[in-house]
Design a protein around this ligand. Sequence first.
Ligand code: ZN
Ligand code: FE
Length: 256
Amino acid sequence: MLGLEIRQFPCLSDNYGVLIHDSDNNLTASIDAPEEQAVEDALKENGWTLTHILVTHHHWDHTQGIPGLKAKYGCKVIGPRGEADKVPEIDESVGEGDTYQFGRFKAKIFDTPGHTLGHITWYFPDQHVAFVGDVLFALGCGRVIEGTTDQLWHSLEKLAQLPRETLVYCGHEYTAANAKFAETIEPDNIHLKARIGEIVEKRGRGEPTLPTTIGAELDANPFIRADRDEVRMAVGMPNADPAAVFAEIRGRKDRF
Ligand code: ZN
Ligand code: FE
């Protein structure tokens, strides 16, 4: 992975915390801060000191650890420009088109609204890694809480342009429940069937199903596939535009 060390660990009831580390410069960033103690434990386990918190969106389960961690480590908090006023103790804000240099690693920022209005994605192009918060999940996507289904669809379209091999770290372990819903949309999708087998095995062993990849999601995730003919047909909207198909699927999931 060209040098970027990544550690993922469970937090709260179904969140994931992630640490990324630049060993040349001895820098460590927490992607969001779901839970102070869990982040600290992961730091200690690796012998790392927290220098940055890179925030995807303002929700409580992604930011509540910030004040405690900042008090302890004096780390720098970088978060979404569009909702900077809602991120506690933010030092710097970033948005679409910005790059952020984390030690020797360069992140590109995408605005990915829909779940929240200011939600951003942290993408490290040279390492092929994206931290997508609650926009995209394995076999699912975030709920539309602040924005519109159109916004969330366009956010997914942006992520769909990334190279297939891009590793995708998401905010939550929702995969098993997402798989049950995905099956109702595309019961005959062979990629989805294969994924479900893997998911059952992994969860049976208590292992995470994340990270996923852009390619795996393009093959099996009905939400990011809303522009595919198979999915349009499956929801009975053969001539509808992708944003409308996406809205239909998102609505079905909300009622599922
Ligand atoms: Zn959220
Ligand atoms: Fe969340």
